[in-house]
Ligand binder design. Structure first.
Ligand SMILES: Cc1cc2nc3c(=O)[nH]c(=O)nc-3n(C[C@H](O)[C@H](O)[C@H](O)COP(=O)(O)OP(=O)(O)OC[C@H]3O[C@@H](n4cnc5c(N)ncnc54)[C@H](O)[C@@H]3O)c2cc1C
Length: 283
């Protein structure tokens, strides 16, 4: 095994693997170092019971970028069918429940039992989120600009960015609200029933360490409530979430990516402010 690489990625979670796969496909000699015995990070399956594998952390695929699926050819490298997540059943008490469905009318009917007002508000809320979701998907693929750098290149990139988004107008404020508000603050003007709000707030807290009153948690609702796109629907991937990590890894290794598990990085060595090598726990 070579000890010299163009790029070393620390951590074989799905983001590290994705970076590794892109770098390898771009022709760079790339190594991913993962401290655990399995790749995938939180996008993983493990054999909890002998003979049965489970998605032990993340469970739904809605946030998987369709651009990444396409560019890394994940279907060719083993990503199989994604089954629609279906309606979400939320038991409230012994006799009461709520259901969130792709069919807005069904969700409305479910809300009606708690609040007529909230049932009426739901289609507008959904349309509002969907509209902002489209903008967010575009923004997510932007390299962040830094207007404070004060050099010509940074100025040019900032100007190009502003030009690309010159038509967003009032949506800018919606982006700021969604990024900075808590889920609770965000939902309050829309829904009066605390039960309806709690159901949405659950989605704001899933998979992170934020509560519904944590600033910024509003954003976490977006992918979970709207979730997915035509190419990358929100659902359960055949084979469990680890199948995604495996497909990304396979897409990279086909282009020379090397992945080492049981390889915790203990130190990043720098020279003149630049990372030049890493030392693993095994030395
Ligand atoms: C319980 C739970 C449920 C979730 N549910 C969903 C869901 O349903 N849908 C969804 O889209 N998202 C979900 N998420 C969020 C999603 O899983 C994360 O956003 C995603 O896994 C982050 O990926 P990552 O590659 O950046 O980091 P991680 O998945 O955290 O991967 C980081 C990797 O780096 C390794 N590492 C760390 N330090 C070192 C080191 N020094 N040396 C070597 N390796 C190192 C770790 O072992 C790990 O494998 C959930 C998260 C959790 C925790």
């Amino acid at each position: 095994m070579s000890l010299k690489y163009d790029a070393i990625v620390i951590g074989g979670g799905h983001n590290g693997l994705t970076c590794g796969a892109y770098l390898a496909r771009a022709g760079l000699k790339t190594l991913v170092l993962e401290r655990r015995h399995v790749i995938g990070g939180a996008v993983v399956f493990e054999e909890v019971v002998p003979g049965f594998t489970f998605s032990v952390f993340s469970l739904l695929t809605g946030a998987l970028s369709s651009k990444v699926i396409r560019e890394l050819e994940l279907h060719k490298f083993g990503l199989d069918k994604v089954y629609d997540g279906g309606d979400i059943f939320v038991p409230i008490s012994k006799d009461e429940y709520l259901s969130l469905s792709r069919d807005a009318r069904k969700t409305q009917q479910s809300f009606e039992r708690f609040s007529q007002h909230d049932a009426r508000a739901y289609p507008d809320f959904r349309a509002y989120l969907e509209e902002i979701g489209l903008l967010f998907r575009r923004l997510m693929l932007e390299t962040p600009v830094d207007p404070t750098k004060g050099n010509w290149k940074a100025f040019k990139r900032t100007a190009e960015f502003l030009w690309r988004y010159r038509r967003i107008g009032g949506q800018f404020y919606r982006v700021v609200d969604l990024m900075t508000q808590s889920a609770d603050d965000y939902l309050a003007p829309w829904f009066e029933s605390s039960i309806v709000r709690a159901v949405f707030a659950y989605w704001a807290s899933i998979g992170n360490c934020a509560g519904p009153k944590t600033p910024g948690s509003a954003y976490c609702m977006l992918d979970n409530v709207i979730g997915g796109s035509k190419e990358s629907p929100r659902g359960h991937v055949r084979g469990g979430m680890g199948a995604i990590a495996k497909a990304i890894a396979a897409s990279g290794t086909a282009f020379g990516l090397q992945i080492l598990t049981d390889s915790e990085v203990r130190e990043v060595v720098t020279q003149n402010g630049r990372a030049i090598s890493v030392i693993t726990a095994k030395g």
